[in-house]
Design a protein. Structure first.
Length: 114
C-alpha cells in the first residue's frame, strides 16, 4: 500500500469528471489492495470506481463476503471501511470497521475475517 499512501498524500484536484491522476490512483489502489486481500486468503475481488471513490467486495478465507469502501479521495481519507455483506450487492451489510490505511493494514482485516 506504499504507493497508494503516497498518492493519497499528494491530494487530488476536484473536477466534475474523473481526472487522469484519480484514474492512475485507482489502478494503483486496485493492484495494491488485491495483493493485500490475497495475502489473507481473500478471493473473488470486485472493484467499483465511482466519482472520486472506490468500493467493492471480496470473499474471505472463511467464505464470508466483505464490502470495502474508500471515501472521496479529495478529502484525503486515512481509513478504509470494511464490513460483512450477505452478497455482492449488499451495500448496507454488517457493522462498520475502519482500517487505517497503512502498509500492513490488512493484518487488522485478517483478524476480523478469522
Amino acid at each position: 500500500m506504499k504507493k497508494t499512501i503516497e498518492l493519497l498524500g499528494k491530494g487530488f484536484e476536484s473536477s466534475t469528471v474523473a481526472t487522469p491522476e484519480f484514474n492512475s490512483f485507482v489502478r494503483t489502489f486496485k493492484r495494491e489492495l488485491k495483493k493485500e486481500i490475497t495475502k489473507i486468503g481473500g478471493r473473488d475481488i470486485v472493484f467499483r470506481k465511482g466519482h472520486f471513490f472506490v468500493s467493492g467486495f471480496f470473499t474471505g478465507s472463511n467464505n464470508q463476503i466483505y464490502y470495502f469502501s474508500l471515501t472521496d479521495v479529495r478529502d484525503n481519507p486515512s481509513n478504509l471501511l470494511v464490513r460483512t455483506a450477505e452478497n455482492y450487492k449488499d451495500y448496507t451489510g454488517g457493522q462498520n470497521h475502519w482500517v487505517n490505511i497503512k502498509e500492513d493494514m490488512f493484518e487488522n482485516v485478517y483478524r476480523m475475517v478469522r
